[in-house]
Design a protein around this ligand. Structure first.
Ligand SMILES: [Zn+2]
Ligand SMILES: [Zn+2]
Length: 258
């Protein structure tokens, strides 16, 4: 059984707990850690967890909204930390000793009761990876921070029952925003962030491979609204907008079954 809970999502900080249970064995993976340590602990507490219950940390890429207190937490609690070599280089190659596990595109790693498969995404970081996790029965995809859906991304997420999916912006709101032109180009570009309609197209493509649930994530506070993200995803999944959960910056979302 796979459950997950976003602790926060968006440019103010990303962190998601994924829980896999196999009989008596329970594994907690923290995907990204883009909060300060106190804030992370507060939000873990609200999720019914302590930092010491985290079995592993997976960092998708080096942007500040994903790294946060990752190094501090890993070292303090002696938690194994997984990332690409490019991400490790980009954060200055901190010495994690034996806690560091480098991960690679399409190479599955076993972490307790779950198997985690990272994959490369088009985003303006050094070596960004997103991931899917399974307990052997159900697969959960985590897909934020990418500029467009490559064939590789769609292949890697085929078979996911649930995807935590970036719905970063509405193109008209972005165009009309106070962002400077270079930033608008970056966000909307092929190595930036996904627009609502692009997220909808991914959901539509994955629906044919078994996708049942999408949680909207990484919404821009300035350039998007939850109702716009919900309608794009609901149209793709042919469900009601109210059925689409949104992970927000302040508290993420509740615990959900994948
Ligand atoms: Zn981000
Ligand atoms: Zn990023």
């Amino acid at each position: 059984m796979i459950r997950f809970k976003s602790l926060g999502s968006g440019s103010t900080g990303n962190a998601t707990v994924v829980q896999a249970r196999d009989g008596a064995q329970v594994t907690h993976l923290l995907v990204d850690c883009g909060l300060g340590i106190r804030q992370l602990e507060t939000r873990l507490g609200r999720a019914g967890m302590l930092a010491e219950q985290i079995d592993a940390i997976f960092i998708t890429h080096e942007h500040a909204d994903h790294i946060g207190c990752a190094a501090q937490l890993a070292v303090r609690e002696r938690i194994p930390i997984y990332m690409s070599q490019g991400t490790h280089v980009a954060i200055g190659q901190p010495d994690f000793g034996a806690l560091l596990h480098l991960v690679y595109d399409c190479v599955t790693v076993d972490i307790g009761a779950m198997q985690v498969r990272p994959f490369t995404v088009p985003h303006d970081a050094r070596e960004p990876l997103q991931l899917s996790c399974t307990d052997g029965a159900t697969r959960l995809g985590v897909l934020t921070d990418l500029g467009h859906a490559s064939d590789h991304v769609l292949e890697q997420l085929a078979g996911c029952a649930t995807v935590l999916l970036e719905c970063n912006h509405d193109p008209e709101m972005l165009a009309a925003s106070t962002y400077p032109p270079f930033l608008k180009r970056r966000v909307a570009g092929a190595w930036g962030h996904l627009a609502n309609e692009a997220a909808g197209a991914i959901a539509r493509a994955l629906r044919a491979t078994g996708l049942k649930q999408v949680v909207a994530a990484h919404l821009s506070e300035q350039n998007n609204r939850p109702d716009l993200a919900r309608s794009a995803l609901a149209a793709a999944l042919e469900c009601q907008p109210g059925d689409i959960a949104v992970a927000d910056g302040a508290s993420g979302c509740g615990w959900l079954d994948a």
